[in-house]
Design a protein around this ligand. Structure first.
Ligand code: NAP
Length: 290
């Protein structure tokens, strides 16, 4: 569809932003949905976040995705936030509502759960071992606790950061069995060995340093476990290869990326987005041919 006077704008803000795969994924979906919208990537300097959000209001954008480093900074410029943003202090989606007010959501946790679900897995009643304590770990730990996980063990190289995530998740969800342990400890090995679901939320194994020892040693994994790696470049990480060799089932990070984007698009459009089209566009952007 050629842009015309009816075309509406939506997009993503970040700094830097030129490597974002969201425009490819979202524009493929918009075309298929027949929406006369255009999704653009905006490089927004940190000191201009407030002005960028003012632009959403002034220009009447449909909404925005928000990525690093603006996920926290946007919040003070919004009119309302959902419970995920309230709990986590980070928003990745802004919706401009009919009355012009701006609502903030976080679709990372729900995107993770949907990705797990489409592989026939879930966290309800399960023991979850989560590696990492950064932004994605927070969202995933919160989503697991909210979705009925029996326990969540946050395992991180820097123990204090794991403790912060565990405390935040316990406070926000009321799940008592959220613990923090250091990566090199015997408790880490124990927690991973008994876990039903292992989620790697670290950046270890990400391109271009993808040929490294995985954060979870192969000897800690076994058949019957589900191992998820959030890293999506490469799709088939060193961790996922090791997990399969140990007999575990695996879920790659592309599904979460697709679903967090699809949930954003659902918020903006009120329609069911074409998830398979988004996945194909993402994989093409990553240079993966199915
Ligand atoms: P982040 O906030 O920078 O956190 C990185 C985490 O990795 C920290 O816990 C850090 O530990 C740990 N880490 C880094 N290097 C390590 C090493 N050599 N050994 C052990 N631990 C190490 O990153 P993030 O935003 O959470 O993203 C993490 C990964 O998830 C990235 O690969 C990102 O691309 C991916 N991701 C995927 C999706 C998706 O939709 N699939 C969404 C978000 C993120 P310390 O605290 O000790 O430094």
């Amino acid at each position: 569809m050629k842009p015309d006077t009816q075309t509406r704008l939506v997009g993503v803000i970040g700094w830097p932003i030129e490597h974002s795969l969201s425009p490819a994924m979202q524009n493929a979906a918009l075309r298929e949905m027949g929406l006369n919208w255009l999704y653009l990537a905006f490089a927004v300097e940190p000191e201009r976040v407030g002005q960028a959000i003012g632009g959403v209001r002034g220009l009447g954008l449909v909404g925005l995705n928000v990525t690093i480093p603006h996920k926290s900074a946007v919040i003070e410029h919004l009119d309302e936030i959902d419970d995920a943003v309230e709990a986590l202090g980070v928003a990745n989606t802004i919706v401009r509502r009919e009355d012009g007010s701006l609502m903030g959501h976080n679709t990372d946790g729900p995107g993770f759960l949907r990705s797990l679900g489409e592989h026939g897995h879930g966290v309800a009643g399960r023991a979850v071992a989560l590696m990492g304590a950064g932004g994605s770990a927070r969202s995933v730990a919160w989503a697991c606790a909210r979705d009925g996980a029996a326990s969540v063990t946050v395992i991180n190289r820097t123990l204090e950061r794991a403790e912060d995530v565990a405390e935040l998740v316990r406070g926000a969800t009321g799940l008592a069995r959220v613990n923090a342990v250091g990566l090199g400890s015997s408790e880490a090995r124990e927690a991973v060995s008994v876990a039903d679901v292992i989620v790697d939320c670290t950046s270890v194994g990400m391109y271009p340093r993808h040929d490294v020892e995985p954060v979870v040693p192969a000897a800690w994994m076994r058949a019957g476990q589900v191992v998820v790696d959030l890293t999506y470049n490469p799709i088939d990480t060193v961790l996922l290869k090791a997990a399969r060799a140990a007999g575990a089932q695996t879920v790659d990070g592309a599904g979460m990326l697709v679903h967090q984007g699809a949930i954003s698009l659902q918020y903006w459009s009120g329609q069911e987005p074409p998830v398979e089209t988004m996945r194909r566009a993402l994989l093409a952007g990553l240079g993966v041919t199915e």
